[in-house]
Design a protein around this ligand. Sequence first.
Ligand code: EPU
Length: 359
Amino acid sequence: MYPVLKIRYGVYNLQNRMNIQQNFSLQPYNTFGIDVQAQNFATITTDTDLFTLLKRRHFEQQNKLILGGGSNLLFTKNVEGWVLYNQLKGIELFDEDNNYAYICVGGGEVWHHLVQYTIDRNWGGLENLSLIPGSVGAAPMQNIGAYGAEIKDTFEYLEAIHLPTGERHLFTHRDCKFGYRESIFKNELKNQYFITTVAFKLTKNPTAFNTTYGAINQTLEATNYMNEGKLTLKAVSKAVCHIRQSKLPDPKVLGNCGSFFKNPEINTATFEQLKMQYPNIPNYLQANGNIKIPAAWLIEQCGFKGKQIGNTGTHRDHALVLVNYGNANGAEVWQLANNIQQSVAERFGVIIQPEVNIL
Ligand code: EPU
């Protein structure tokens, strides 16, 4: 059975007054930096805030958008109804044994703060996911992943409030239906649940690390991150941060949402045909027998890498990252994304799908 979580976000704090704003700019709340407005913007810092809203007249019929770090969203228009900004904070060790630490974390915690917290305590499992922008509550929604790890690898369960009924539900690993950048919350249950806490199972004092993916090993060799030649969680995390910072633009400097598209999977017959035409095509065999192709490579071959079109474009160091060079609106970015999608389809016969949520 699952333990009753102690974090309860000030249920007894009746003094708390929720912060609600009308016609509120969302520009600082999305990493693309798109300037649209929310009709109503509520900052949720306690469970009580949410229950108070749920009791409001007409709230049930109104449109609702749950916002975390805003790092996987492209706003193409103003948001009618409500934006519910998840600011539920707290990290709590709720169980431990000789090998594992079990923690539950408020959905409004910043993801990278959580990663640092676990590394400071020498709890392993999240180090390869260092520096991913966004919040803890949003992380399971799209099963965030990087450098050979995904949140599903350390996920225990989550608690969420069902907005239509106000009931609190618990989701196990299986309930979440995790896939590549997918979960039930991005599909059947889209916009239905407000994720309040996420629980993780982390390895105490780990001795095995996942450093085979990408440039982690090369980075560790080329830097002094290791402790006298000894691999540590901190060293792996530093290497991942180093790689990310060297090729992904900082959203505080240049608006972006990381990878805009998912890497497509194709069947072996289609792959063999493409390989005849493009012998250098990068490819990764999947457990289901399909082949994954980096969308960045397909986009680069179509001539989009580093290209600027008006206020938008793709990043010079990574073709998969669409950027806002200044005052781009969501429609411009979406137009560029459509052009890229079409070029890739015409040239390779492969359809690439956005990873980012388009609103
Ligand atoms: N490549 C190009 N051109 C480029 C960039 C990359 O051809 O401009 C090719 C290279 O062959 C390279 C391959 O693409 O080896 C893969 O590139 P990279 O290692 O950067 O990974 P990715 O597949 O583009 C995925 C995730 C990233 C994650 C990295 C590292 C997706 C959609 N993206 O990117 O996640 O950080 O792997 O694990 O799966 C994100 O989701 O926002 C994100 C940044």
